[in-house]
Ligand binder design. Structure first.
Ligand SMILES: Cc1ncc(COP(=O)(O)O)c(C=O)c1O
Length: 260
């Protein structure tokens, strides 16, 4: 019996699987970081932005807003319609009023939103970030022609990996601050995330075992602790960890996409 919940677990396969979507981009445009917030921070710290103003969706995860708050950017928001699409009229108004340097479009809950329309409303020098954190590396992405300047992928949101964020820079000349390879709190974070994934996997596969609830609670406890550690270390961007990369390479992405 398998336990059904939304805890991410280790799911390692015997072979390496590189999602085809990663092969379509020039390797020089692929930038790996520890998390989405670290990737955005590396972007903000790596380049000069004249107005330091960002346009964000009104329902925004902490990991997207935090780097802009940390760097003291002006933040303006746009609402959604009842289907979770951007309110494009409001986007146009906000762009006219504030001339943002960056705008973020989230493909909320993995539903693809109209990035082309969003891009058409922005000034030419405004970077559009398409946030694919809620989507898997599905084969569909290999055909997708993005109008954006930067794409964000977040493997730990849907896969059993400790960390990682891939930022694809589609516009020439975007600079990132060089990420740190390690720090003590980050190492502790990785250890606790690994513990959470392992306990989650044990809880899912040991359905007959009396200690099941305890394992699942342990997985959640470790996950919550790892989030606090992430918030404690992420004021400087870090690289994708070796353990995270290994787990990513040995995850069967096709299987995850089919399950989803
Ligand atoms: C759509 C989306 N983007 C970005 C983030 C932040 O990601 P990270 O925790 O890797 O900084 C989240 C976090 O929940 C998210 O849901």
């Amino acid at each position: 019996m398998r336990r059904l919940d939304n805890v991410r677990v280790l799911e390692i396969s015997r072979e390496r699987h590189i999602p085809p979507v990663l092969q379509r981009y020039d390797p020089r445009s692929l930038h790996w970081f520890g998390s989405v917030r670290e990737a955005l921070l590396a972007l903000l710290r790596g380049s000069d932005f004249p107005r330091r103003c960002v346009l964000l969706p009104a329902m925004v995860p902490e990991g997207v807003i935090y780097p802009f708050q940390l760097m003291n950017w002006k933040i303006v928001y746009y609402d959604f319609d009842s289907n979770g699409n951007p309110d494009f009229e409001q986007v146009a108004q906000q762009v006219r009023a504030h001339t943002p340097d960056i705008a973020v479009l989230i493909h909320l809950f993995g539903v693809i939103r109209d990035a082309r329309r969003m891009k058409s409303l922005l000034h030419v020098d405004c970077l559009l970030v398409e946030d694919f954190a809620h989507t898997t590396f599905s084969p569909w992405l290999s055909q997708y022609e993005s109008p954006a300047d930067l794409l964000l992928f977040s493997p730990p949101k849907l896969l059993g990996v400790t960390d990682g964020c891939l930022m694809v820079a589609l516009r020439e000349g975007i600079q990132f601050e060089s990420p740190k390879s390690w720090s003590p709190l980050r190492s502790l974070y990785l250890l606790v995330r690994l513990a959470s994934l392992t306990l989650g996997a044990a809880a899912q596969h040991a359905g007959h075992f009396d200690g099941l609830e305890l394992l699942a609670r342990g997985a959640n406890w470790c996950y919550n602790l790892s989030y606090r550690l992430l918030m404690a270390y992420c004021s400087r961007p870090h690289t994708f960890s070796q353990i995270g990369k290994w787990l990513f390479d040995y995850t069967d992405h096709r299987h995850v996409t089919e399950k989803g």
